[in-house]
Ligand binder design. Structure first.
Ligand code: NAD
Length: 252
């Protein structure tokens, strides 16, 4: 079987899929004939994303989900009647602020989304996968900021570091059920949300510190994502796969 072909006919949930990288990941899976469930809070955006995927010949549906709320996660999973093969925990917020000024509420919101959200969704998915009895793949979208720090992103960096450790713990505990759990750690990827920042002097200076001297493109995450989701990565679990143009190995 050719690379990634085993994905055809599988079902994936992608959280935070109403835009940005989440929507891109959903499209990348749909192109591999995966039925994608786009899960997020804003129904309007989700519905148009689903229409877009269907118009390209993909199979998709929308699910209402707030990853920070256990009741929302339980409701979303209860409504899913299919077998769940793949989960991409992509929902995330950055909550940028200097630690000395950041409110407790803002700090908690970042942890609630980027860490607790991953826990709630992965746990619900693992319970289903265990009951189904044929394993599965969970990919947690972390960041290079889970492995190094940058100014004014302390809550984000802490949440992503914790998400990487959570990934490893889950991988250890769930290998017995055939469930692989890996973290994908992107560097700076150009998305509509950060495009403007990278036109500023500060943004350009940041790009200059990346050894490859450029931002990543969303498409450059497709291979690593599909690797972790498919049988091509069948012996990978508990890994934190870095895709960053060499940013983490930039010279000190
Ligand atoms: P984005 O803000 O465009 O997308 C985040 C998505 O998460 C949005 O659709 C948002 O609605 C959703 N979301 C937020 N809170 C949610 C909640 N409580 N429940 C459900 N959905 C929720 O950002 P993005 O750049 O597309 O980032 C996607 C993921 O990739 C994030 O986890 C982010 O930390 C990670 N990441 C992004 C980059 C980058 O350069 N863009 C780099 C490294 C990691």
């Amino acid at each position: 079987m050719a690379l990634f072909e085993d994905l055809a006919g599988k079902t994936a949930i992608v959280t935070g899929a109403s835009g940005g990288l989440g929507l891109h990941f959903a499209e990348a899976l749909a192109k591999r004939k995966v039925h994608v469930m786009l899960a997020a809070r804003s129904r309007d955006k989700l519905d148009s994303a689903v229409q877009e995927i269907r118009s390209q010949g993909g199979s998709a549906e929308a699910i209402d989900l707030d990853v920070t709320r256990a009741d929302s996660v339980a409701e979303a999973f209860a409504a899913i009647r299919r077998n769940i093969d793949i989960v991409v925990n992509n929902a995330g917020i950055s909550g940028g602020a200097a630690a000395i000024d950041q409110s407790e509420a803002d700090f908690n919101a970042v942890i609630a989304t980027n860490l607790n959200g991953v826990f709630l969704v992965a746990k619900a998915a693992a319970q289903r996968m265990k009951a189904q009895g044929n394993g599965g793949s969970i990919v947690n979208i972390a960041s290079i900021l889970g492995l190094r720090v940058a100014g004014n992103l302390s809550a984000y960096a802490a949440s992503k570091a914790a998400a990487i450790q959570l990934t490893k713990s889950m991988a250890l505990e769930w290998a017995r059920y055939g469930i692989r759990v890996n973290a994908l750690c992107p560097g700076y990827i150009e998305t509509p949300i950060n495009q403007d920042f990278f036109q500023t002097e500060a943004g350009k200076a940041l790009v200059n510190r990346i050894p490859t001297r450029r931002l990543g493109m969303a498409e450059e995450l497709d291979g690593p994502l599909l690797l972790l989701c498919s049988n091509a990565g069948s012996y990978m679990t508990g890994s934190a796969l870095v895709v960053d143009g060499g940013h983490l190995v930039s010279s000190l």
